[in-house]
Write a protein that binds this ligand. Sequence first.
Ligand code: HEM
Length: 449
Amino acid sequence: MSAVPTPRPNYLDQFDAAAPADKFPLVRRWIDTEPLQFFKELREKRPILVTPVCTLVALFDDCIEVLNMPRIFTAALYLPKMAGGIYFMAHDDDALHTREKSIMQAMLNRDDLPQVRAMVAKIAKDLLDAAGGHMDAINDYCRMVPVTLVQSYFGLTGADRKDMIHWSYCNQANTFYNQPFDLISDEKRKAIQAAQDEATKHLEKYLTELILTRWLAVKAEKAEHFLLAPWYGLRLLVRKLMGKGDGKLEDNIVTRMVRTAYPGAVDFDIKRLGVNAGGLLIGAIETTSQAVSQVVQYLLDNPQWLAKAQSAAQSSNTADFDGIVWEALRFVPISPYIFRKTASEYTIAKGTDHATTVQPGSYVLAVTQSAMFDTKAFEDPDQFIPGRNWYHYFHFGFGSHECLGRYVGMVMIPEMVRQIMQRPGLKANSRIDYQGGHLPEKYDLSWSK
Ligand code: HEM
C-alpha cells in the first residue's frame, strides 16, 4: 500500500500570515510540490480557499457543483487561446458546443474501441521492439503512439509526426499552462503565445490541404461508384494522392466526417469540419503522453504495485490491469485542477459551513485531484485500491466539458502502459524531466531485450 504522509498541519496558518502578494505563490508551490498533503488540509479545514488570484474548491460535491454549471463557471479562459472561440471547447452550453460535440461523438463511434485498442497495442509494441531496450520514453513512445493513432485512426495523414507533435504541444502549453495561476514571467508568457501563433499557421495550412484532398478523394470514390467516365482523370489523380490503387478510401474519422452529408440547417460546413479535425490532433498527444509517463513512473516508484501491474499485464483480460492504471492516475493526474471563470455571482456549497460567494470575473479552480481523495466518494482515499467506481474519477473532466476523446483515452492509456509493463527488467534511468514546465519532456527508460 502506498500511504500518503501525514499532513503538515500548518499550510493555512502560513497562508493566513503571509502578505497578500505572497499568498498565491505559496499556494502554487504547495500545489506543485506537495499537493496531496495540502489538499488534505484544505478538505479538513477550509474546503473553499479564497486567494488573491483564484478560489480553490477542494471537496467532491463542490467540484461537481462547479463543473455542472458551464454558464456560471465558464471556459472563457480558453477563448483567447482559441481565436476568440473557434473551437467548441471554448463555448459554454450553447448551440455550437452541443452541435459540434455531438457530431464528433458520433464520428468517434464507441463500437470501434476493441479495434482501436488492438491498433494501439500494435503501434506500441512495434515502437518498443524497434527501440532495442532503451528509449527516451516521452518523444519515442508516449508522444509517438498517440500521434501515430491520430494518423491511422483519426485519419490526419500526410504530415510529419514530429511537426504534428510540435503543433499539438504549442497549443496545449498555451491553453493549459499559460494562465493567470501559472506563475511565469511576462517574457515566457509572450514566448509561449508566439509559439502557438506560429504553430497555428502551419496547422491551418496543413488542415486546409488535408480536408481538400480528402474531399476530392471522397468525390472520386463516389464517381467511381456511379461509373462516371468524365471523373476518370480526377480519380487517377486522387488515387495518387491517396497512395492507394483500389479506389476505396480507408475508413477513419476524417474520412467519415467528409463522407457525411450535413444539411445546411445543421450548420456544419467544411470549415467547421477542418477545425474539428484539428481538435482531434491537439487533444490527443500531450494528454496521453503525460498520463502514460506519470503512471509508469508511479508504478516504478511503488514496487508492490509494479509487480501486480506486471503480472496483470500478461493477462488477455485487461480489466484488472486497467483498474491499476486508473488508480495510479489518481495519485499523479495530468492536472490537479480544472479552471473556470465566473460569469455571475454565485454561492458555492450553499447551506454548509463553508458556503462561499464568488464574484463575476473571478477564477475558480475545481481541484479535481483533491475531490478524488474526498471520503465522500473514495473510501480509504490514501490507500491504493484498484477497481474503484469508475464514475468517481475525474481523469477526463466532468460535466458538459467532459473530454471528447475519453473513450479513446480509456483504451489508449492503459494499453500503452500495459505494453511497457510486459517488458522484462524495466527500469527508469532518470526521473521524468519537465524542463521547468508542466509537460513531460524526457524520460529515460530501459529494459532487457
Ligand atoms: C484521445 C484524444 C483526445 C481528444 C481528441 C480530446 C479532446 C478533448 C476535447 C475536445 C475536450 C473539450 C470538451 C468540451 O469542451 O466539451 C476535452 C476535454 C478534456 N480532456 Fe480530452 N482529449 C483527448 C484525450 C485526453 C486524455 C488522454 C486526457 C487525460 C488523461 C484528457 C483530459 C481531458 C480533460 C480533463 C478535459 C476537460 C477540460 C475542461 O473541463 O475544461 N483528454 N478533450
